[in-house]
Structures are given as C-alpha cells and as structure tokens.
Design a protein around this ligand. Structure first.
Ligand code: HSE
Length: 336
C-alpha cells in the first residue's frame, strides 16, 4: 500500500524531511516495502497540492518567493480546510512551536485526527499543552499520533521506551533536553564567554528557538519533559505542572566556584517521584550528565535494566528527519 502524505510546515525540518524521503525512496522500498506519495505541502500562505503526488525535486529548492510560480501552488488555501478533503493517510505536522496556544499546530493535529488521518509531529507546543486531549482523540479514532522528533531530536527516546525497555518498569527519567542551554553553559565554562555571547553563538548554529527565551528560560525543556511524562510515565500532565527555572542567572563566577569543587552546572529536566522539574543543577565533572555542546542526554532509571543512558544530537533538520522516518515506518508497519 502506498502511504499518502501531507506535510504542514516547510521550514528547515519540513524541507529536510522531503529531501531525505526522496533520496531514500528506493532504499525504503527495498528494505521495508515502504512507498509514499507527498500529495500536499502546506505553508502559511498557501499549499502545493497534487492528488497524483507532488514532484518533490521541483519544490525542495524553491525560495518562498518562488512558490507562486509553481504549477501546483494554490494561494490562500489552509491546511484545516483542505486536509479533510484530501486522500491522505498521514499528516506530518512540522509548524513552529507555540507554547501559548499550541497553534496553528494544535488545530492541524485535531483536524487530521478528526478526519481519519494519522499524525506525526515534531511540534512541541500542541503536545505540551494538550497531550491528554490529543492522545485521547487519536485513541478514539483508532489512529496513530507519533512524536519522536519532539524530544531529543534524533535520539530515539520514545521508541526505546516502548520497544527495548518494554518489560521494565520505568521509575524516573532525567535528561538534558535543550541543546541551546547546554551549549551556553559549556561555552561559559570552557571558553569563559559571557552568557549573551554564548547565546548569540547558539543562535548562529541554528539550534535556538525563534524566540530563544524558550531555550534559556527552560520552557523548551519543560515541554519535552511533559511529553515524556505523558507518553512514557503515563502521567496526565501539561506545561503548567512543571517547576521551571532557566539559566539566565548563572554567572561565570558560579561556574568557576562549581569547577573549583569538581562540578559543572547543567540544565536538567526530570520526571521523578511524580514531580516534573527543569532547573540548573550541579553535576560532578566526570558524570555522564556533564555532556558538552548542543548534545542531549536522557537517562532512564528502570527496575530491571537499572540505568540506561542515551546521548545524541537534539536538533537539526536531518536529525529530526531520522526521528520522523522512524515514526513513518512504525505507522507503515502497524497498518499493513
Ligand atoms: N531549541 C531546541 C534546542 C531545538 O536547543 O534543543 C530542539 O528542540
């Protein structure tokens, strides 16, 4: 069966996903029997639509000001209006995170799930604000809602928990879930760079959120621990349940003092003893948590396996695509 897809949001991740799906076409078919067609690509001001399948090669290199010239471009159509009418199996929702309302992603997800389409998303806002509601909607409609790319970028946190660790009781989960703040703390300590310069460097690397206060004030990491708590620890929580402290107050002096005692400061998110928290904490400099740069880390504490750590790249288009494709193949396998 060919899987018909629509992508909503054609930024860095959307483009990387479309490009890699094209590059891996033969490989995915040969290895998994996976075939797909992208029938729609939605942006804010319109969409590329072709029910016979879009020619992605034509589209991935266009600048937004060239969209209108493309024969499949339709101006001013919206995903919420069109998704119900298209013959689509999976909606891949990749619009920007909005932690105030979850929109426009939240409506896209609900529209898809109310109209018989599975959803894969990399968008943290809708899940951080309304995880129980959208999960229930997916369940009610017998659809899959997958979100591996929301948390830890390429790190397979949800797949690991639901497959390899499935016989374990997961007691707690702790991690470094925001690459930008970890990069800032590393630069402040290693290069003696002040906070503002380190933040600027992180923005230049392209990891920071469009509004970087989401990174440094701990909101981004809080969204991720909420998604983890709901999906892995089966807690019914939203962003308002997380105690959040950012890293703005961390001075070079504090970092220096910590270092003298053999510690580094890391921005840690935790789901432990029923409590969710994001805050800067002291960790021994030789601890696994003392990872550097933009990397992310997740530690599962379980009853049988005890501690399991996974470390990897927490951001980036290709890295997010690794996670999105794993969700795509998951749904493909489950629906054959
Ligand atoms: N701004 C996020 C980070 C991107 O720095 O980790 C990935 O969610």
């Amino acid at each position: 069966m060919i899987m018909n897809l629509a992508i909503i949001g054609f930024g860095n991740v959307g483009r990387a996903f479309a490009r890699i799906l094209l590059e891996r076409k033969q490989d995915l078919e040969k290895r998994y029997g996976f075939q797909s067609k992208i029938k729609g690509i939605f942006e804010l001001n319109g969409a590329f639509i072709n029910e016979a399948g879009l020619n992605i090669k034509d589209i991935i290199n266009l600048n937004p000001n060239e969209f209108e010239k493309h024969e499949n471009w339709k101006s001013k159509v919206s995903a919420n209006n069109l998704i119900p009418k298209l013959d689509i199996d999976i909606v891949v929702e990749l619009t920007h995170t909005n932690i105030k309302t979850g929109e426009p992603g939240l409506s896209h997800i609900k529209t898809a799930l109310n109209n018989g389409k599975h959803v894969i998303t990399a968008n943290k806002g809708p899940l951080a604000l309304a995880f129980p509601e959208v999960q229930e909607l997916a369940k009610k409609n017998n659809l899959y809602l997958r979100f591996e790319a929301t948390t830890g970028g390429a790190i397979p946190v949800f797949h690991l928990a639901e497959t390899a660790l499935m016989g374990n009781k997961i007691i707690s989960i702790k991690g470094i879930l925001n690459g930008t703040s970890n990069f800032i703390l590393t630069q402040m300590s290693r290069q003696n760079v002040p906070f503002s310069i380190a933040l600027k460097e992180a923005q230049e690397l392209g990891f920071a959120e469009a509004d970087p206060s989401l990174d440094v004030d701990g909101i981004d990491a809080a969204c991720k621990i909420v998604i983890i708590a709901n999906s892995i620890l089966k807690q019914n929580v939203t962003l308002s349940n997380v105690k959040i402290k950012g890293i703005r107050q961390i001075t070079k002096d504090a970092i220096e003092l910590a270092r003298e005692d053999g510690y580094v400061i890391r921005h840690i998110a935790s789901a432990e003893n029923g409590k969710l928290e994001v805050s800067p904490r002291l960790v021994p400099e030789n601890s696994t948590f003392a990872i550097e740069g933009t990397q992310n880390l997740i530690r599962f504490e379980t009853d049988l396996a005890k501690e399991i750590y996974i470390i990897g790249r927490g951001a980036g288009g290709r890295e997010a695509t690794s996670a999105i494709i794993s969700d795509l193949l998951y749904i493909h396998k489950k629906t054959q």
